[in-house]
Design a protein around this ligand. Structure first.
Ligand code: PMP
Length: 306
């Protein structure tokens, strides 16, 4: 279990995390009707920084909009969101880098299966920044569960209830002795892992599934593409077949809670020579440097909170 910090933001104020509770009759509890995002807060000698805060805020807004939750955006400007994020960082006296989870809950009681014109509340809590997958070579399994298609529950919206799909796939992988899964879409194309995006390297070109492949438009995925551009690593964003993974020179996953995690085996097939590849290593080092906030050239990625 991850360590959770004692002060939460809930119903417009800072309160002890044990008191931040939703009603069992709310749509958030009844239907999983909440949207969320998770982002790193880095603490270093220059202060405390949120990684790509505006992008996370925008994804929260977009997720709510896709699902038809229409009372969040009018009540939560970016400035108000920043104030809440700052308040919770200050309340917890952070001395280490952490993850922050911000969730918009529909907390109206028993409104039935609808989404518009209902009460919403923002919750934020902080927990330790521990990776959710091994960092030195993961073993993945193609899931028996398919990714929910855009026409059922869109993966580009980060909806709490939709994570049952990820739970099924992750547990199936764990039950089979693997670290995580590869989700395929209904046509058999590669989407992502249970909670991370996927990249492959073939003949020195970086490839990742395009955003119409039923995946979450990960903020780290976007960052990796930007790093590749800066480092002049050729990249392609396109549909990817499962068997392309088997013959890739390198495969890695990326996401807030996965960081950049190399993959050494998929479905009992060794990836490349089974070692962490050169391009993965270069991208990982640069990604780590950006997140640490130690290079002043990276300020465009980091929002100063304290
Ligand atoms: N896909 C899924 C399904 C996820 O849950 C996550 C984690 N948020 C990601 C991809 C990676 O997204 P990000 O880089 O924004 O953390």
């Amino acid at each position: 279990m991850a360590k959770i910090f004692p002060h939460a933001y809930f119903k417009n104020k800072i309160i002890p995390i044990e008191e931040a509770n939703l009603s069992i009759a709310s749509s958030a509890v009844l239907y999983g009707l909440s949207v969320y995002t998770v982002f790193p807060i880095s603490i270093n000698e220059k202060g405390g920084f949120a990684f790509r805060l505006k992008d996370h805020y925008q994804r929260l807004i977009n997720s709510a909009k896709i699902i038809g939750i229409d009372t969040f955006e009018p009540n939560w400007t970016y400035d108000k969101f920043i104030t809440a994020v700052r308040e919770i960082v200050q309340a917890n006296n952070l001395t280490e880098s952490v993850f922050m989870r911000a969730t918009v809950h529909v907390d109206e009681l028993v409104p039935g299966t609808r989404s518009r014109n209902l009460d919403t509340t923002l919750s934020i809590f902080i927990y330790e920044a521990k990776p959710i997958v091994p960092q030195n070579g993961m073993r993945l399994k193609t899931s028996v569960w398919r990714r929910i298609p855009d026409y059922a529950i869109p993966s580009r919206a980060k909806v709490n209830g939709a994570y049952v799909n990820s739970v099924l796939a992750k547990q199936d992988a764990l039950d089979s002795g693997y670290d995580d899964c590869i989700f395929l879409d209904i046509n058999g194309h590669v989407c992502e892992l249970s909670a991370a995006n996927i990249f492959i390297v073939k003949q020195n070109t970086l490839i990742t599934p395009d955003t119409s492949s039923d995946l979450l438009e990960g903020i780290n995925r976007q960052t990796i593409l930007e790093i590749a551009e800066d480092l002049k690593i050729p990249f392609k964003v396109r549909s990817v077949d499962l068997t392309e993974l088997y013959t890739a020179d390198e495969v890695f996953a990326c996401g807030t809670s996965s960081f950049v995690a190399p993959v050494k085996e998929i479905d009992a097939r060794k990836i490349g020579n089974g070692e962490i590849g050169d391009i993965t290593t270069k991208l990982r080092q640069r990604h780590e440097e950006i997140l640490s906030g130690t290079n002043s050239l990276d300020e465009k990625y980091l929002f100063k909170l304290i």
